[in-house]
Ligand binder design. Structure first.
Ligand code: GDP
Length: 424
């Protein structure tokens, strides 16, 4: 297989980063095609433990080219902080292993302010933004009110373009939110510092991808978040502002001609969700707290406790379907060890009727979970590497999910480390 996308089937935080880190062994290029630094991929390997936000997870493998495609929200300041942090742990990051598409739009300094100001205005109606400026960034991108990374090579034109955008944006900042206006001096500082530092990485990465594809190089497309956060197919408006779908990978990566032969949907053995929005299978109380602790379910970017629940077969089947996953990696099975019985959200009840179809976002608010229990296992499974050596109940649990989501489960992870994986 030459092209593969690794995408989330649930609400994000499924463990995509660890799957990319594992599989980059057999790939030449890793491309992030959407999203920004608003979520985190945690990767543990022989170099240490890393919380990546924007950097592609292939950054640890020598010989792999990592690309930030045109679909990402490129925040020069956050990216440089992340690069410096990862470098400080001994990882080399140079233009030889990281490229930024010249067509990637830049997240501008006011985007983070606007996120914060709008969440404050919304008060108890807030969306649970991570306040990284992602929603204001994407709305401005589609209004054509931001600049592309490649404009850094045209300093005069860039300054004039930025000045026009700043004047327009100051109207909103001052008149709508009563915020201080931005000045060109502030933008000069931003240009002279973070933007100057990212400039050496900026190039026509689309050309690079085209040539790589022509010469038979293997390309891995890495997504952020999951199906249920997709702008068009997720739980709108509690979605992110970009498309988290494998189908968007060719567009957002810079290789619109790409055919993605293999889509690995990453699905967690139970459910977690960060932020607001309907989460039908949510568990509360001690049961939830135990699962949260066992799975260490605290946001990689914000440290916020994640909402937790049993595996949601309705949402996961939908998630697999919209990703057009050809195979599934089931992660964190080890977290469920020690439970007498494991709850499973088998169906939803909507208006008194049971359904296994994922409802329209507004109808989700009235959906209730139909919980069934399956047999658990007591053994520690983190050292197991063969599917047949898993306790019978664990094997049955995986097979039950596989039948429900209608897609083969080809990987089962049993620990956060690179090699804690069962290839089924
Ligand atoms: P991503 O954004 O999809 O890459 O997911 P996150 O990094 O937010 O969350 C996955 C978390 O689970 C990370 O802390 C991983 O180290 C951890 N993890 C991944 N796979 C496993 C596993 O099989 N078992 C356990 N216990 N932890 C895992």
């Amino acid at each position: 297989m030459s092209n593969c996308a690794i995408v989330g089937v649930n609400w994000g935080d499924e463990g995509k980063g660890r799957m990319v880190d594992l599989l980059t062994e057999s790939y030449d290029v890793v491309v992030r095609f959407q999203g920004g630094g608003n979520a985190g991929h945690t990767v543990e390997n022989e170099m240490g433990k890393f919380a990546l936000h924007l950097l592609p997870s292939g950054i640890f493998r020598s010989g792999v080219m990592n690309i930030l495609g045109n679909g990402v929200a490129l925040d020069p300041e956050n990216l440089m902080t992340e690069i410096e942090d990862v470098r400080s742990k001994g990882v080399s990051i140079t233009p030889d292993n990281l490229m930024i598409s010249d067509r990637a739009s830049l997240l501008l300094p006011w985007h983070r302010d606007l996120d914060e100001l709008e969440e404050m205005r919304l008060a108890d109606k807030k969306y649970g933004s991570t306040k990284q400026g992602i929603a204001p960034f994407y709305s401005d991108k589609y209004q054509k009110k931001t600049v592309m990374a490649g404009e850094l090579f045209y300093p005069e034109k860039l300054r004039s373009h930025l000045k026009d955008i700043m004047e327009w944006k100051n109207l909103t900042l001052e008149k709508v939110y009563g915020h201080e206006p931005y000045t060109m001096e502030q933008l000069e500082k931003w240009l002279g510092e973070a933007c100057e530092k990212i400039k050496p990485f900026v190039s026509d990465s689309g050309e690079y991808l085209k040539a790589a594809s022509k010469s038979g190089k293997k390309i891995l497309f890495e997504a952020q978040l999951g199906s249920l956060r997709d702008l068009d197919y997720g739980i709108y408006p509690y979605t992110t502002s970009s498309n988290t779908m494998a189908a968007y990978a060719p567009v957002g990566s810079g290789l619109p001609s790409a055919k993605i032969e293999d889509v690995i949907g990453v699905c967690k053995a139970y459910s977690t969700c960060v932020g607001e929005g309907p989460f039908v299978c949510e568990m509360f109380g001690d049961e939830a707290e135990e699962l949260r602790k066992a799975g260490n379910e605290y946001g990689a970017k914000t440290g916020r406790p994640r909402r937790v629940g049993p595996i949601d077969l309705v949402a996961s089947r939908y998630g697999v379907e919209v990703q057009a996953a050809t195979e599934v990696a089931l992660t964190k099975l080890d977290v469920l060890s020690g439970m007498e019985e494991i709850p499973v959200c088998a169906r939803y009840k909507v208006n008194g009727e049971e359904t296994d179809r994922f409802p329209f976002p507004l109808a989700l608010e009235d959906a209730e979970p139909v919980i069934e229990y399956v047999k658990g296992w007591k053994e520690d499974i983190s050292g197991i590497r063969e599917f047949s050596e898993l306790p019978e109940a664990a094997q049955q649990y995986v097979k039950m999910i596989e039948a429900a989501i209608e897609c083969p489960i080809t990987y089962v992870s049993v620990g956060p480390e690179r090699d804690s994986i069962i290839r089924k």
